[in-house]
Design a protein around this ligand. Structure first.
Ligand SMILES: Nc1ncnc2c1ncn2[C@@H]1O[C@H](COP(=O)(O)OP(=O)(O)O)[C@@H](O)[C@H]1O
Ligand SMILES: O=C(CO)[C@@H](O)[C@H](O)COP(=O)(O)O
Length: 576
């Protein structure tokens, strides 16, 4: 490839780090840089990228941290020798739902960036509020109840916006903000999502929301393609409907839109070409499905801080337990998503408990966890007559099911259908290595079973392929169990970029935005350039007759277990 051939950057501003990944027009990765918030930042008392106010169930991140991270990633790419003048397009991905509150002087500070100074030094004053509510926040139960009731029932909100109300969704978060900080809200000039915040930095003015990421707000009526007036009215908290609309701004439909050229700050400081174009940044989950030409029969499981299950589908079938978003690039397609707060960090708790109980912290911290998970029989069953062990492991308040933090252990007798809450027969924490992975995967299987179809030949409904991405996708033990629980006629795959799928999807979005022919879809352009043999690897078997059916029976017990815990929690709340 010529030494002046075009390059494209995708950024991933997630919970625990910012990544920047550079690809060429052939979709090959040429640079990756990472800024780990806990390890690489200075001046912020964060843990796992966030701050907590336990008393109010708040979780939030300092916005200035992200500025420091962007300075760091760009410097790191420069050190790697990236020729910024070859970069033709920039796009990005942001952790979903988080909101950034810009102050009155934001546009002028963004416009007048001084290329001799880092971003953090000159934009700290651009925000009316220094923190962005994080997706792990659960402070908005009251506001969620109001959103769920605003159109009738939670089902009606899901039908309109793709999701029932969720603590982390931006609409309920903004409503709480109007109540907790009315004066700051009034002084806020614009509200960005984390994705549009990222695009704003490169553009040098506040960027519009992305057509997919806007669906994570409980404000956007997906079928109408417009904000829902009743929800905007509620969200404004009585502080002005038109004012809120102005703070939110327009939402362009085209995910490949040319938002404008990169700001001169980046041209002067890093040597970007003045013609380098900014393409809308989207949510981290929508970006993840752009990391490969995903077929509607495929499933992706993102094992990041959160666990998410993603499918691309032409069928809009909202349900209060799931999420639908506009597809980030392709009108007429939707993205189906399940999201769990208790993903990577919950598995880490079990991993650490096992290492502690063995008084052994191996060089590879997952070694004991993996070994024990693989040595344990599916569902801890010694033989088909013995009861299945299953549990819920929630160090944080979970999203689906909506259950507060806690840990529950059960046994389930398939032959009698009897379910018992008991730790008898459990060897903790050892048994929990397999049980936590199974628990997370059984929840995915339970909630996605209506979207999968039989691949033919009399086989049961299941995905064609399961693609694992995110930090946990490196883990072969988890991959093996994923194939056993979820199936996948062609197997379980990982991308050769490992945990960088989200940044890769953002970079591909930039390639498509710049190089597409008129009317050419993302799937068509990426499909033509995609080199399957080079880009993905089969890491585990998928469907295995016998064990898949065994987990099918476990799903029944798992559903019962969730309902029982939900009921117990509801009774506890009523003081029974
Ligand atoms: N070998 C591994 N096995 C299991 N989980 C892992 C492994 N390596 C990393 N992880 C998990 O990956 C998570 C981070 O995933 P990543 O996708 O990089 O983060 P983010 O959610 O910030 O995008 C961590 O919480 C960690 O538990
Ligand atoms: O809340 C959601 C999706 O609804 C999360 O998936 C966030 O988007 C953060 O993701 P990661 O940091 O785990 O990638």
């Amino acid at each position: 490839m010529a030494s002046d051939a075009p390059l494209y950057i995708g950024f991933d501003l997630s919970t625990q780090q910012l990544k920047g990944l550079v690809v060429n027009s052939d979709l090959k990765v040429v640079h990756v840089a990472k800024f780990d918030f806990d390890a690489d930042s200075h001046g912020f008392p964060i843990k796992k990228g966030v701050l907590n106010n336990e008393a109010e169930h708040e979780v939030f991140a300092p916005v200035a941290l992200w500025l420091q991270a962007l300075d760091g990633v760009l410097e790191s790419l420069r050190k790697q020798g990236l020729d910024f003048s070859r970069v033709k397009g920039i796009s990005g991905a942001g952790q979903q739902h988080g909101s950034v509150y810009w102050g009155q002087n934001a546009e002028s500070l963004l416009h007048n960036l001084d290329s001799t100074k880092p971003l953090e030094a000159q934009l700290e004053g651009a925000f009316s509020h220094p923190y962005s509510p994080n997706w792990q926040d659960s402070s908005t139960q009251k506001e969620c109840d109001e959103f769920d009731a605003a159109l009738g029932k939670p089902e009606d909100l899901a039908q309109a916006t793709g999701s029932k109300a969720h603590h982390r969704f931006t609409g309920p978060q903004i409503l709480r903000f109007t109540r907790k900080y009315p004066e700051i809200y009034k002084k806020t000039s614009r509200i960005s999502l984390v994705s549009s915040f990222l695009a704003s930095l490169f553009l040098g003015h506040v960027a519009p929301f992305d057509i997919s990421d806007v669906c994570g707000m409980n404000l956007w009526n997906i079928k109408k393609g417009a904000y829902d007036e009743r929800l905007i009215q509620l969200c404004s908290g009585g502080l002005g409907v038109e004012d809120l609309k102005q703070k939110l701004g327009e939402v362009p439909e085209d995910g490949g839109l040319h938002l404008g050229s990169v700001h001169s700050y980046f041209v002067e400081r890093f040597g970007f070409s003045p013609g380098c174009t900014v393409i809308p940044a989207t949510g981290d989950n929508p970006a993840t499905i752009l990391a490969l030409p995903l077929l509607p029969s495929d499933a992706m499981v993102s094992l990041g801080t959160s666990t998410t299950f993603l499918m691309s589908t032409p069928n809009y079938k909202p349900d209060p337990a799931t999420h639908f978003f506009n597809h980030p690039t392709t009108p007429g397609l939707y993205m189906f998503m399940l999201c769990y707060k208790n993903g990577g960090l919950a598995r880490e708790h079990v991993r650490d408990a096992i290492n502690e109980s063995l008084k052994d912290t191996p060089a590879h911290p997952w070694a004991n966890f993996d070994k024990i998970a693989l040595q344990t029989a599916p569902l801890g069953q010694q033989n088909p007559m013995s009861p299945m062990k299953m549990g819920l492991f929630f160090p944080r308040h979970e999203i689906v099911p909506n259950i507060s933090k806690g840990q529950w252990r059960f046994t389930y007798d398939v032959n009698t259908g009897s379910l018992q809450e008991t730790a008898d027969g459990w060897n903790s924490p050892q048994d929990e290595a397999r049980a936590i992975v199974e628990s997370q995967l059984l929840s995915l299987r339970l909630r996605s079973r209506d979207l999968t179809q039989s691949p033919g030949n009399g086989l049961p409904s299941q995905p064609r392929r399961v693609y694992l991405v995110g930090g946990g996708s490196k883990n072969k033990a988890i991959a093996k169990i994923a194939g056993e629980v979820l199936g996948g006629v062609e197997g379980v795959y990982s991308l050769d970029v490992g945990d960088n799928a989200c940044a890769l999807g953002a970079a591909y979005k930039a390639v498509w935005g710049i190089e597409r022919q008129p009317g050419q879809t993302f799937e068509d352009l990426i499909g033509q350039r995609w080199n399957e043999a080079e880009f993905i690897e089969k890491i585990a078997d998928g469907y295995q007759k016998g064990v898949f059916e065994q987990y099918g029976q476990a799903v029944e017990g798992f559903e019962k277990m969730e309902l029982q815990v939900l009921q117990q929690e509801a009774d506890k709340a009523k003081g029974h």
